[in-house]
Design a protein around this ligand. Structure first.
Ligand SMILES: CC[C@@H](C(=O)O)C(=O)SCCNC(=O)CCNC(=O)[C@H](O)C(C)(C)COP(=O)(O)OP(=O)(O)OC[C@H]1O[C@@H](n2cnc3c(N)ncnc32)[C@H](O)[C@@H]1OP(=O)(O)O
Ligand SMILES: [Co+2]
Length: 133
């Protein structure tokens, strides 16, 4: 775990939240991307060296749709940058964490991603991100 890669925020409307976060941060999103496999549309903002990912659900089965239904808008996950996602998955499994997908999947912004179940991480969904080179 080298650093926080991004913080993911679940929103009802990407269009409305893009306007809000542009006002908040003083600069527009640098990218919008749909990730069909996750049922999400995303936008990314930089704040100095830090990155914020906004996520809107694209279908009712999306993890974001379920989260919005149960908890409402807010912080959905914290993502950590890792050098080798397979090594990190094995390390975290051996430490007792529940890895939700042991085979990394293609995420947004050119990353391979895997998730840890929030029940094993103090109620916080953790994402691992490895840059695709
Ligand atoms: C854009 C791609 C990528 C990137 O590149 O950055 C992303 O960020 S994708 C983000 C969306 N994808 C995911 O979240 C994938 C991983 N998540 C999951 O597999 C599921 O959401 C889950 C965590 C396993 C929960 O699924 P499920 O059990 O089907 O949902 P429930 O609604 O029944 O929740 C069970 C339980 O877990 C709590 N929960 C759910 N989500 C979160 C969360 N984000 N943070 C904290 N807690 C969460 C939920 O409240 C339920 O708790 P209880 O009610 O106490 O049982
Ligand atoms: Co994410």
């Amino acid at each position: 775990m080298r650093k926080i890669e991004h913080i993911g925020i679940a929103v009802k409307s990407l269009e409305e939240s893009n306007v809000l976060f542009e006002k908040l941060l003083g600069q527009p999103a640098y990218k919008e991307e749909e990730v069909v496999s996750e049922g999400v549309k995303t936008s990314f903002f930089m704040n100095g060296p830090n990155k914020i990912e906004l996520l809107e659900a694209t279908n009712p089965d999306s993890p974001i749709a379920k989260f919005l239904e149960k908890k409402g808008e807010g912080i959905h996950h914290i993502a950590f940058d890792v050098e080798d996602i397979l090594v990190e998955i094995e390390r975290l499994k051996s430490e007792g964490f529940t890895v939700l997908n042991e085979t990394p999947k293609k995420g947004a912004d050119n990353k391979l991603v895997a998730f840890l179940h929030p029940k094993t991480t103090n109620g916080v969904l953790i994402e691992l991100c490895q840059e695709i080179k």
